[in-house]
Design a binder for this molecule. Structure first.
Ligand code: NAP
Ligand code: HSE
Length: 422
């Protein structure tokens, strides 16, 4: 018999307890042992919950209980869960966590502390999709050329509803929170940080890169509005928040931001709370993974898979997948300024002679080649909307051009920019 304690019995924690109860016979057969949830730790014992497990508000009591074999951390945050997981490991317990924020900062520390003790974290990236196992095990024969994913269910849900139903940003965020998709602090979702945490975890498995969120380009969906969505539709694009890792020679680029992506691409068709990840390996080619990226039950499915794997096999490989120092020693994370993309710019400008020519000249001065320029009328006859798409250029070039354009008197608003992903 294996005893499990759950630290944090909220949306995901309650679903974990439910799956282990509802599928007890099947799970015990697969794991080869009976698995029991013996305790749960929460902050507020008076809250009403949909579970029958014994609860305490004393985490230390759980961590020092010798009868507990596996500690499942589902409380969220960074510092507090780091202490909890460290203590659980020090006390000889295996750990399972869904906490990508914790791993974004402490995955290498935890790998070190754990030693031979297993740490499962399948639920930390893309909810119910077994992408960690795919990268760690299924694709271990390959150099990973790229990872591109819709990895935040809240953003994808919001962008889908904004595009399909014209719902306002604020109303749809509230709905995503009520459905249990959003983080405790939803700015993590809409600001792109949650997707970045997940990308960093995958980049560690794929490349051994020890980067932190502050080392990479992260932009959220806060500035996407109806005009962008309309433009995207008119030109056959969808707007998605993508997390992208690309290898080119010994360089790795890591970035999270909204993109315009052709509607015909598979990843553009992933709607609602669903997540999708495309991984290209040098021998396998492109592989695609699709499933629910948030929500209690889908996430708990991945948490329970880790528990079963630990009971069945113990730690079958090092936490982040590498037994020896490897190519990561020569791989270099390229700076944000050097990343190349095509860009879409939207500008509200005074509709008078010379404005378009000045903007085109600023682009030319920054060696940015324009692919398309379109002028649209607005409700105000003195104001025009300029939309343009560029050919490939570097972040530092487009940033410089935007700052010069924003300094023009004829500009009515800040420039809105979205990268175009082919
Ligand atoms: P949640 O509903 O807010 O639940 C968090 C639980 O942790 C609550 O039961 C809370 O207690 C407890 N808790 C927080 N701080 C605590 C402390 N200091 N001591 C004791 N208990 C504490 O969060 P969730 O949505 O289940 O998410 C849990 C984790 O899974 C997070 O790391 C999240 O990023 C990750 N995750 C969530 C999803 C999702 O779709 N929700 C998907 C993938 C990963 P009270 O109930 O008493 O407040
Ligand atoms: N808040 C996250 C999301 C939960 O919306 O995808 C899953 O990690």
């Amino acid at each position: 018999m294996v005893n499990v304690a759950i630290i944090g019995v909220g949306t995901v924690g309650q679903s974990v307890a439910k799956i282990l109860e509802d599928n007890k016979t099947l799970i015990s057969a697969r794991a080869g042992k009976e698995i029991n949830v013996v305790k749960g730790a929460v902050r507020d014992l008076s809250k009403k919950r949909n579970t029958t497990i014994a609860l305490t508000d004393n985490i230390d009591e759980v961590l020092s209980d010798d009868s507990i074999d596996i500690v499942v951390e589902l409380m969220g945050g960074v510092d507090e869960p780091f202490k909890v997981v460290k203590k659980a490991l020090t006390n000889g317990k295996a750990v399972v966590t869904a906490n990508k924020a914790l791993l974004a900062y402490h995955r290498y520390d935890l790998q070190e502390i754990a030693g031979a003790l297993p740490i499962g974290y399948e639920a930390s990236v893309a909810g119910g999709i077994p992408i960690i196992n795919a990268l760690k095990v299924g694709l271990s024969a390959n150099q990973i050329m790229s990872i591109k994913g819709i990895m935040n269910g809240t953003c994808n849900y919001m962008l889908t509803k904004m595009s399909q139903e014209g719902v306002s940003f604020d109303a749809i965020l509230k709905e995503a929170q009520e459905l249990g998709y959003a983080e405790a602090d939803p700015t993590f979702d809409i600001g792109g940080f949650d997707a970045a945490h997940k990308l960093l975890i995958l980049a560690s498995i794929a490349y051994g890169i020890d980067a932190k969120p502050e080392d990479i380009l992260i932009e959220g969906i806060e500035n996407i509005n109806g005009h962008d969505i309309e433009f995207a539709k008119e030109f056959g694009y969808s707007i998605k928040l993508l997390a992208i890792a690309k290898k080119s020679g010994n360089n790795i680029e890591l970035r999270v931001h909204p993109v315009l992506i052709k509607e015909s691409q598979m990843i553009a068709k992933i709607d609602g709370v669903m997540n999708g990840v495309s991984v290209i390996g040098d021998f396998v080619g492109e592989t695609l993974y699709y499933g629910a990226g948030a929500g209690g039950d889908a996430t708990a499915s991945a948490v329970v898979s880790d528990i079963v794997e630990i009971v069945r096999a113990g730690q079958s490989s090092p936490m982040l997948g590498f037994k020896k120092p490897h190519e990561s020693q020569i791989l270099k994370l390229i700076s944000t300024d050097e990343i190349e993309s095509e860009y879409y710019l939207r500008m509200r400008v005074q509709d008078k002679s010379g404005v378009l020519a000045t903007i085109a000249q600023i682009c030319a001065d920054n060696e940015i080649s324009l692919e398309t320029i379109l002028q649209k009328t607005t409700d105000d006859k003195n104001i025009a909307m300029l939309l343009c798409a560029t050919h490939l250029c570097k972040e530092k070039q487009i940033k410089q051009a935007i700052s010069e354009i924003e300094a023009l008197e004829a500009l009515e608003d800040k420039v809105s920019m979205i990268r175009i992903e082919e």
